[in-house]
Ligand binder design. Structure first.
Ligand code: NAI
Ligand code: MG
Length: 492
């Protein structure tokens, strides 16, 4: 803190350390001490009576006990989903199905604050993001797909769209409620019934959604939510009476799932990892691009499969972009996820923090130059400072592998061709970004980048009408928009 005398004799205080008074979210939410499995419209204990803890990654404290579903429980859920499919949901006119989905969307909007607080408590993401991004977008997905429920013949002219039956859906911890909405909304709109499994570190908003679905009076068995870790997920994937699998998570597990489904009749979509290139050309609006880089990689602690984790800067502007980026990073606030000033919340789990720290060490061992913002971080809980790696080369593992944290690897380039070649030199192909003043360059570069989603002069913007999905090892199939309906339908 410095005190300076202004020319008129008035003393002014300039706060040079960017500290803000704490502004914690104070609303109380109801979290039960224990959650059971949501099967056939009711909460029921797991057959083996086992539970696991979900914790708050910002303080490492236990929040609640969560039922561990075994293969018998998954089987009960699949049977409930099959009954609901045969008896109710597949027979209901689309117009009626749509009403239920609209109801879920409206109720989610009404309870948005509660969902945002629970999401940030269970998963560690900054409340600003759960409140302004995750929960509104989840509601938007239900609204959007509700609208399609009675218009499927118009979505696919000349076809007779029919639901597949029972869908098994396994989702990750980085956008827990939003991924549940991405999966549930199109499945329900197309007339399928569902077994959904949230990730083991972030089950609470999916279980709150189960309560909301109960309140919405959805027919029993249409949505079943079972909790557990990888084994529970595998039991869903391998259940013989499931017709379709939708998975979002690591490329490693995605490959396992693909193998185990190879000889089955099940349809599947996989949304896996990424290592996106964010390309800054010398004619880009630099200040805007710096904000875009910040949003591209530090959004949600970098727990984003489409994060702009590889930054390519044209050589002539590299110094100025890196200087401005460091200045901006110095102002980022890392800390309490429930504080409204927080930019970067807690890393989702100890396992994930350990993985990020291993990469920070590895990057230095590989010879890249590391720079971390010097901000304070809480002494308990799992936190990571926003970090840059400079002088990276294409072969570095920090450039090739998904770190899934607030870490960006920077490289420079001279020509457009070089930028494209470097951007495409990755096993992944989920997303990318291009920053330039020239519209023609946007079209030229984006048409040559091998990635499913590419943003121009912006980053990490989502909309339910827009399809999302990867090339290469980033997965197969598309979710979102009109494209997101087809994987849940027979179109013969
Ligand atoms: P993961 O792929 O193990 O977990 C995702 C979901 O799959 C969870 O619900 C998990 O319980 C389930 N699962 C795990 N093993 C399974 C199996 N054999 N069969 C069926 N379901 C299974 O991801 P994890 O271990 O939590 O994170 C590891 C890395 O994966 C991260 O560091 C990150 O790099 C990447 N990741 C990518 C995500 C993305 O959105 N593309 C999301 C989460 C993680
Ligand atoms: Mg948790």
């Amino acid at each position: 803190m410095t005190t300076t005398a202004a020319g008129n004799g008035v003393k002014l205080n300039f706060n040079t350390d960017w500290s803000y008074a704490p502004a914690p979210e104070t609303a109380k939410v109801e979290i039960k001490p224990r959650y059971d499995l949501f099967i056939d419209g009711r909460f029921a204990a797991p057959s083996k009576g086992q539970y696991f803890d979900t914790t708050n990654p910002a303080n490492e404290k236990k929040i609640a006990e969560i039922a561990l579903a075994g293969a018998e429980d998954v089987d009960r859920a699949v049977k409930a989903a099959r009954r609901a499919y045969d008896k109710t949901w597949s027979k209901m006119p689309g117009k009626e199905r749509g009403k239920y989905i609209y109801r879920i969307a409206r109720m989610l909007q009404e309870r948005a604050r509660e969902f945002a607080i629970i999401e940030s408590t269970d998963g560690g993401k900054a409340i600003r993001e759960s409140r302004d991004v995750d929960i509104p977008l989840a509601a938007a997905h239900f609204f959007y797909y509700a609208g399609w429920a009675d218009k499927l013949e118009y979505a696919f002219p000349g076809k007779r769209p029919k639901p597949l039956g029972v869908a098994g859906q396994v989702i990750p911890w980085n956008f827990p409620l939003l991924m549940a909405a991405w999966k549930l909304a199109p499945a329900l709109a197309t007339g399928n019934t569902v077994i959904l499994k949230p990730a083991e570190t972030t089950p609470l908003t999916a279980l709150k959604l189960a309560e909301l679905i109960q309140d919405a009076d959805l027919p029993p068995g249409v949505v079943n939510i079972v909790t557990g870790a990888g084994e529970t997920g595998a039991a869903i994937v391998n259940h013989p009476d499931v017709d379709k699998i939708a998975f979002t998570g690591s490329t490693e597990v995605g490959k396992l799932i693909q193998k185990s489904l190879a000889s089955s009749r099940k349809r599947y979509t996989l949304e896996l990892g990424g290592k996106a290139a964010n390309i800054i050309f010398e004619d880009a609006p630099i200040d805007q691009a710096v904000e875009g880089i910040i949003n591209g990689i530090f959004f949600n602690q970098g727990h984003v499969c489409c994060a702009g984790s590889r930054l390519f800067i044209q050589e002539s502007v590299a110094d100025v972009v890196i200087r401005k980026l460091k200045d901006r990073m110095a102002t980022l606030i890392v800390g309490d996820p429930l504080d409204k000033n927080t930019d970067i919340g807690a890393i989702n789990s100890k396992m994930q923090l350990d993985k990020i720290n291993e990469y920070l060490q590895l990057g230095q061992d590989e010879g890249a130059e590391m720079w971390c913002a010097s901000c304070d971080v809480p002494t308990s809980g799992y936190f990571c400072r926003p970090t840059l790696f400079m002088n990276c080369s294409q072969s570095h593992r920090i450039v090739q592998e998904e770190i899934f944290g607030p870490v960006v690897a920077i490289q420079t380039f001279r020509t457009v061709a070089e930028a494209i070649e470097k951007a495409n030199n990755t096993p992944y192909g989920l997303s990318g970004g291009v920053w330039t003043d020239k519209g023609s360059k946007i079209f030229k570069v984006t048409s040559k980048m091998r990635a499913g989603v590419i943003w121009a002069n912006t980053y990490n913007k989502f909309d339910p009408t827009s399809p999302f999905g990867g090339y290469k090892e980033s997965g197969m199939g598309r979710e979102g928009g009109l494209h997101g309906l087809a994987p849940y339908l027979n179109l013969n």
